[in-house]
Design a binder for this molecule. Sequence first.
Ligand SMILES: NC(=O)c1ccc[n+]([C@@H]2O[C@H](COP(=O)([O-])OP(=O)(O)OC[C@H]3O[C@@H](n4cnc5c(N)ncnc54)[C@H](O)[C@@H]3O)[C@@H](O)[C@H]2O)c1
Length: 322
Amino acid sequence: MEKILVSSSHFDTLCRDAWDLFEKNGLEVIFDPNKPFPAYTTEEILARPDREMIVAAVIGMDDYRDERKYQALPNLKAVAKFGVGVDNIDGALAQKYGVKALNAPGQNSNAVAELTVSFILDLLRAVVPLHKAMEKGEWPRHIGEEIKGKTVGLLGFGAIAKMVAKKLQCFDVTVSAYDLYPDVEAAEELGVKLTTQEEIITQSDIISIHIPATPETHHLFDKDTISKMKDGAYLVNPARGALVDLDALADALLSGKLSGAALDAFEMEPLPKDAKILQCGNVVLTPHTGAETKEAYYNVSMTVAKDIIRAVNDEEPVNCVN
Ligand SMILES: NC(=O)c1ccc[n+]([C@@H]2O[C@H](COP(=O)([O-])OP(=O)(O)OC[C@H]3O[C@@H](n4cnc5c(N)ncnc54)[C@H](O)[C@@H]3O)[C@@H](O)[C@H]2O)c1
């Protein structure tokens, strides 16, 4: 029987319909709920007696940039990212081995957009530091800020950023966005001002990052970029850790240059215990949980399962990125 190796989490609980769909199509699911995340190393795959039966992999943050992975799985037809960001799959390498690289665009966007809006509101009222103070028995006074009247700058105007813009409509804010390939129609519809990257960086009260991590965007928010941000601005990064130089951000928070930052993604995950950002006051840090809602798990798993079945049957998948 052909098999699907699943290493994304909660597949047995939140993705039952996708699991059943695989089985109805004659595909056996290999899933170990106790496997630490990210799951299968190349060595572990090489040690599996059934590796030649594996025709597709559903992955979280497993590294599919290692050529030996493709050699270890000689009958692999598809590797599907359980989500959007495919920076842990080398598309060209996958193609060399006849493997389709798949993802599920838009399926977890709402989950990330909702977290983004909650990040912004939490930061402006220092919800996390105040909660931490109360845990210590303190009762501090803190003067927060209102979102009304602020300028929110969206770096990137793709699926998630558009949903953030839509959700912000009811807050009386000015929303600006910069995208390499701007969707002018959506901007008009959502009342978003399309502008330059420079203007987003220098004029926003709150910057929210929604672009992929690429060699060009590595540490886009470094010491220099952060120094150009408005004094007292806030930075929100629910995209990818590599976009922000975390130490430069920590320095800006500690010096008071920035008022706060909220981060869901980190260059090193899990975040090292000695990371300087942990010493900063007004930060909201979440462990890459942007896409982790019941609804997103369902949507992503069904999208990915349908496309894998297409790929396994030598049909054209809908969301192929290589
Ligand atoms: N925190 C999470 O759990 C989580 C979940 C899903 C996605 N993400 C991340 O969020 C980010 C956005 O995801 P999305 O679904 O909106 O993607 P998307 O592909 O729909 O949108 C990304 C947009 O960025 C634009 N872009 C690319 N490079 C750019 C650059 N250098 N400058 C300006 N614009 C640029 C693209 O043209 C595109 O419109 C990605 O990094 C993705 O990996 C994080």
